[in-house]
Design a protein around this ligand. Structure first.
Ligand code: RP5
Length: 226
């Protein structure tokens, strides 16, 4: 038995709640709608051999019912809130700004939870990670920047994304770049309520959405602000 199966097997009295697929996800069923970005309701129609995961050694584990199993373990919920069964691949652009006052990072206020977050979003089919990082940054903050092929500092599950279930979860590629001041003007767009440069201080990491505080720490360790 693999590592992920163990996480679920050890909780025999586990009684997760089944979540209904949100209507806006079901409306994007790619087997019914041309250009739809969501999987069909029946996971048995999904070819998981074509899916990438950055967890569990690149292998998706499956439960007895054939649904993919969250590599971070039980969430209390089965079913799907996200577009795809199993891993849902996102990108997170992290733009650091160095100016006379110190180091800042470009953040948005998410329109769903109101939390401060990187201006991330979903990786489109056939899209490269650097292209997706630039696209999401532009859509959510109005900032046009290119990301180098070697900009990715971290890949893995976003274990604390509140939309995760035991069968569908968020994974991301975090790409970082460093710019020098003065701060470029940014404008919130798409699903961002605000976009702003925020000074990096001791309290910021704990105030970010899901695992974004951990990702910021990784970025700061790997990208030398000079
Ligand atoms: C997070 O959700 C990811 O890290 C990324 O920032 C974001 C992608 O979802 P949407 O912003 O497209 O809803 O888990």
């Amino acid at each position: 038995m693999g590592q992920v199966d163990d996480l679920f097997a050890k909780t025999s009295d586990y009684k997760p709640a089944e979540v209904p697929t949100p209507a806006y996800v079901a409306a994007q069923d790619s087997t019914k709608v041309a250009g739809g970005w969501a999987d069909p309701e029946d996971w048995r129609h999904v070819d998981f051999s074509l899916r990438t995961t950055h967890e569990n050694g690149g292998q998706i584990a499956f439960g007895a019912d054939g649904r993919p199993l969250n590599p971070a373990g039980p969430t209390g919920f089965v079913g799907r809130r996200l577009g795809k069964w199993g891993p849902n691949q996102a990108v997170d652009p992290v733009v650091l700004l160095r100016d006379a006052a110190g180091l800042s990072v470009l953040l948005i206020e998410r329109s769903d939870t109101g939390a401060l977050a990187f201006p991330g979003g979903m990786l489109d089919a056939e899209e490269s990670v650097p292209a997706a990082l630039s696209r999401e940054l532009l859509e959510e903050t109005g900032l046009s920047l290119s990301f180098a092929p070697d900009c990715v500092v971290h890949r893995g599950i976003v274990a604390r994304d509140p939309r995760n279930t035991d069968n569908a979860w968020m994974e991301t590629s975090v790409g970082a770049t460093l710019v020098s001041g003065p701060a470029p003007i940014v404008t919130a767009g798409d699903d961002a309520k605000t976009a702003q440069w925020m000074r990096i201080d001791a309290s910021l990491q704990g105030r970010l959405y899901a695992d974004h505080g951990d990702f910021l720490r990784i970025v700061l360790e790997k990208v030398s602000p000079g």
